[in-house]
Write a new protein. Sequence first.
Length: 329
Amino acid sequence: MSASSFALLGTGAYVPERVMTNEDMAKVVDTSDDWIFSRTGIKERRIAAEDEQTSDMATAAAKVALEDARLTPDQIDLLIVATLTPDLPMPSTACIVQAKLGLPHRAACFDVSAACSGFVYALDTAWAMLQSGRYRHALVIGAEKLSTVLDWSDRTTCVLFGDAAGAVVIGPTPEGSKAEIVGTKLYSEGENTELLWIPGGGSAHPAPGPDVPPRFMQMKGREVFKFAVREMEDAARDILEQCGVSADEVDCVVPHQANLRIIDSIAKFLKLPSDRFFVNLELYGNTSAASIPLAIDEARRSGRIKDGSLSLLVAFGAGLTYGSALVRW
Ligand code: UT7
């Protein structure tokens, strides 16, 4: 049975207990609160406990989203986890989350790998699968334990990231509601792989050793910054054009939470006041695939996103990948 439109029926988020401030960071690498805050807008981030895995954070966020959507696990027949920090190389984190949540055996569960754009990629994928008529309710989760892939001696990367999870439940638009996913758009530029990557640990360089590159994140920050501004602007403009919506009609833009200066330049490009943007990176840093679902959950709970609001989601990340989505609540 195919529904005519699908909506985000519930949202949830989870952040680990441990707060690591910029002052704490300055005890680990040669940096300062002033440098980090003035260049990025970040004040603190959360760090998961050693025994707290990506799947645990994903499961916690998903439970809140299910409750918010007033659905039980047995009603979910599709689960997608976007992550660049899976619990294990195999099986998928989604299968581990399936067991932890007690989802039915008939559910389709898999991971999506699109780094910080992962949530938008997973949202697009889930929406297409629901539209096919073969699935009814999807859980889409972005979850990361980035603290495990950071080089804690590299001040150019470790100060930027944090651990978290966010989740949404997608299903048929309830009767009488105008809520719906209006559109999505995905892009990638594979020739820029080495601007932001984890060079070791995969099949190209499986074992640690003297000639093997590290399995930690490396980034050419300035180049990624320029890419992020240019491509997030494109992704925002394209989705608005595709859906026949003007920027002014958007009530709340929820951008990937990487850097306040990147977000400010998108606000200028769209000619929207900065208060039209939801920003929480001050508290969590960049949580990659978790960043947008964590932000939309906070935006809903704080009343920034209300029923009937139109939200623009826009992301970029390693790949390089980028993408956007328009959502009516
Ligand atoms: O989800 C995608 C993730 N990636 C991103 O979002 C990254 C996008 N890029 C950025 O956000 C910015 O490029 C950064 C925040 C990473 C860096 O800001 P920047 O203004 O581009 O700084 P920079 O890399 O040009 O570095 C300026 C200076 C350098 O010193 P010198 O060479 O001028 O003496 C760096 O060594 O700042 C130094 N520096 C630091 N100083 C204190 C770099 N990192 C730090 C640090 N603390 N943490």
